[in-house]
Design a protein around this ligand. Structure first.
Ligand code: EPU
Length: 437
């Protein structure tokens, strides 16, 4: 199943459920490795990133039991052991999560071999912050032909770090290393995304001592031993917003069971400014097209509590149906507008620019990155043959194909399984006419 035929032009309507956040679940699974007792994680989605992390943990002796349907995963790390480099290497290029195994593996086994990383090609995605942090804790980093080897001959010691940019992954790297390092660690300019707060909650359940200040400073007191945890993952706010954008772009009405207002405040404000309607209850959020014209907006992506970069791509599809000129400034990743080429082929009017448009100067200004977009609408979309470029861009292409008149062929949909569980079944539940080839 790698190609989807989408017969577009009808509104999505009905109810779907989102489960735990991809960008939390994989990290919580890594945290379980730090414990000396088993852990249980609930609300686990059936996505391929969970399989990648399960595979890596199993290679290191963790017993993984999974109830896919029930969304429960049990991780028993009591017999953690070193894995063969060749086996670890089979996971090269599959995800970015392996870099987060460094601290936990060094604490448990004295060394960590990390394969070459994968993940979406939406920018260079360097790991300099990660390696800098590990070195500050006293780790030695050796680059091998494939992957890197991390050792800590004199142990890992608490340290003071200030990030040049509030990176999600680097903040997680620091947390997963500091909790068992000797002494105090302080991180300034930390990322404070809800998924990070949930990771901190998990670590606290395991016995860690972590405080978060309002000025983005995180302080960790290292402890000698961590136990297990039982925790229910926070809902996936990126998946929820993706379905919301799909409802808007197709003039539909979708109830997203599991969506949580608290994690989506900024998205909801923007959705409302575009003209989208929503109703919130205890079980989820219903997202609706208003039946009247949508409004153009000026939007800038940012770290939390700003508008997430991962919300940008699906919403841009809806903006092609809004009246007037929308300006979108992407400040988190330098190359996250590649997906707009396919939208233009489908009839959208989108131009991308090197300049920082509509907002403040960002890190990518005066450089060669097409990181601002001007979307002019509304333009009817027409069917096309599309190749999925990355996870969120791919889902956005699906939305465009659903909104377009005619039959589109979307190739490479396997990539979308990384972050959207059972998305073809969910599309069918919402009345979409799709066929897998
Ligand atoms: N950065 C560096 N050096 C580093 C680390 C990051 O320059 O060592 C830069 C990046 O290149 C980027 C910025 O810092 O320009 C932010 O990157 P960050 O580290 O915050 O991102 P990440 O941890 O690699 C996670 C999510 C992304 C999400 C971002 C931002 C996971 C597995 N991935 O990536 O999710 O976009 O945070 O919220 O948690 C997705 O789900 O599709 C996705 C890409």
């Amino acid at each position: 199943m790698n190609q989807l035929r989408v017969h577009g032009g009808s509104p999505l309507s009905g109810e779907i459920t989102v489960r735990g956040a991809k960008n939390f679940v994989s990290k919580a699974m890594v945290a379980a490795l730090l414990g000396e007792e088993p852990s249980e994680l609930r609300n686990i989605p059936d996505i391929s990133d969970v399989n990648v992390v399960s595979g890596l943990l199993k290679l290191h002796g963790v017993i993984v039991e999974r109830d896919v349907q029930g969304g429960v995963i049990r991780l028993d790390p009591r017999n953690v052991e070193s894995a063969h480099k060749a086996d670890i290497d089979t996971h090269a290029g599959s995800s970015r999560i392996p870099i987060l195994l460094c601290g936990p593996l060094v604490h448990r086994l004295g060394e960590a071999f990390i394969p070459d990383l994968g993940g979406c090609r939406i920018g260079d995605r360097p790991i300099d912050y990660h390696l800098g942090i590990l070195r500050q804790f006293g780790a030695q980093v050796d680059k091998l032909d494939t992957g890197i080897l991390i050792t800590a001959p004199r142990g890992l010691h608490g340290t003071k770090v200030e990030l040049p940019y509030p990176s999600v992954g680097a903040t997680e790297q620091l947390l997963l290393t500091a909790v068992r390092a000797q002494g105090l660690t302080e991180l300034r300019n930390a990322a404070i995304e809800p998924e990070i707060m949930d990771l901190i909650a998990v670590l606290q359940r395991m016995g860690a001592i972590i405080s978060v200040d309002t000025d983005r400073t995180i302080r960790v007191e290292g402890v000698d031993r961590l136990g297990g945890f039982t925790h229910t993952a926070l809902p996936d706010r990126i998946e929820a917003a993706s379905w919301a954008s799909a409802a808007l772009a197709t003039r539909g009405d979708v109830y997203v069971r599991g969506a949580r207002q608290a994690d989506m405040m900024t998205f909801l404000n923007t959705f409302r400014k575009v003209g989208g309607a929503f109703d919130i209850d205890d079980g989820g959020i219903r997202f609706r097209h208003p039946g009247t014209d949508l409004n153009s907006i000026v939007l800038e992506t940012d770290v939390h509590p700003g508008f997430m970069t991962d919300w940008q791509q699906p919403l841009v599809v809806a903006l092609t149906q809004a009246a007037g000129l929308s300006i979108v400034h992407e400040t988190v990743y330098e190359k996250r507008f590649g997906f707009t080429d396919a939208l233009v082929r489908m009839g959208a009017t989108i131009q991308v620019y090197r300049e920082c448009l509509g907002g403040l100067q960002c890190r990518f200004g005066q450089r060669n990155f097409l990181h601002s977009a001007v979307v002019s609408g509304p333009t009817p979309l027409r069917a096309a043959d599309i190749e999925v470029p990355d996870l969120r861009g791919g889902f956005s292409h699906l939305i465009a194909a659903l909104a377009a008149e005619g039959t589109s062929r979307v190739r490479g949909i396997g990539l979308i399984n990384r972050g959207y569980e059972n998305f073809t079944a969910k599309l069918e539940a919402l009345g979409a006419k799709v066929e897998t080839d």
